[in-house]
Design a protein around this ligand. Structure first.
Ligand code: E4P
Length: 217
């Protein structure tokens, strides 16, 4: 499973990238707002840090303007992945951009039928929003399972990018179902390493080691 980090915070991205944990980055207009930076500058900086795809989202809602914005965003760096919303215009833009050999992440997916359309439109990634579905009282992980089944039925190559991930359990469930990628907020990504028995075990090994009076090297 690939890990993307879901943030436009350059400091966090740099730190996670240095740990060797990052396969890509996803941003959205809300995350750009939170970063306080200019979309072109922030995206360029992120693309210089991470080798993998960096999703940058169009904000136009009609096909022609989406294509114009996609051109501008694509020029920022080779690893920019254009993010388009799951609308008819977005799907049309997805088909046109991927036909040019560029990567597209179709975002704001909340149903299996939407995911089917995105795959038909040649999407590189489909982003089902697990946490936002949980928020309305429906199990978001069910959607990941449905999309996995449909894509496997027809051998679609579109990668399932589990998005709106809120907990470490979401990451585990997505991995068990077979999502190709999870885009995870920095704090949740770092929390994956934590286990109380790891901390306790390390503490007791270090205490016993101190008693030996030895040094390595
Ligand atoms: C995905 O690409 C989105 O940026 C993100 O996962 C949305 O998450 P949220 O529902 O926590 O805003």
């Amino acid at each position: 499973m690939k890990f993307f980090v879901d943030t436009a915070d350059v400091r966090e991205i740099r730190e996670l990238n240095e740990l060797g944990l990052l396969d890509g980055v996803t941003t959205n207009p809300s995350l750009i707002l939170k970063s306080g930076g200019d979309i072109a500058e922030v995206t360029k900086e992120i693309c210089g840090i991470v080798e993998g795809p960096v999703s940058a989202e169009v904000v136009a809602t009609d096909y022609a303007d989406m294509m114009r914005e996609a051109e501008i965003l694509s020029r920022i760096a080779d690893n920019v992945c254009i993010k388009v919303p799951l609308t008819l215009d977005g799907l049309k833009a997805c088909r046109a951009i991927t036909s040019d050999g560029r990567k597209v992440n179709v975002t704001l997916c909340f149903s299996a039928n939407q995911a089917l359309l995105a795959a038909k439109a040649g999407a590189t990634f489909i982003s089902p929003f697990v946490g936002r579905i949980d928020d309305i009282g429906i199990d978001g992980m069910e959607l990941i399972a449905e999309i996995r089944r449909i894509y496997d039925n027809y051998d679609f190559q579109t990668e399932i990018l589990a998005a709106s991930i809120r907990t470490v359990n979401h990451v585990k469930q997505a991995a068990l179902i077979g999502a190709d990628v999870a885009t995870v907020p920095p704090a949740t990504l770092k929390a994956l390493v934590k286990h109380p028995l790891t901390d306790k075990g390390l503490e007791s090994f270090l205490a016993d080691w101190a008693k030996t009076g030895q040094k390595i090297g």
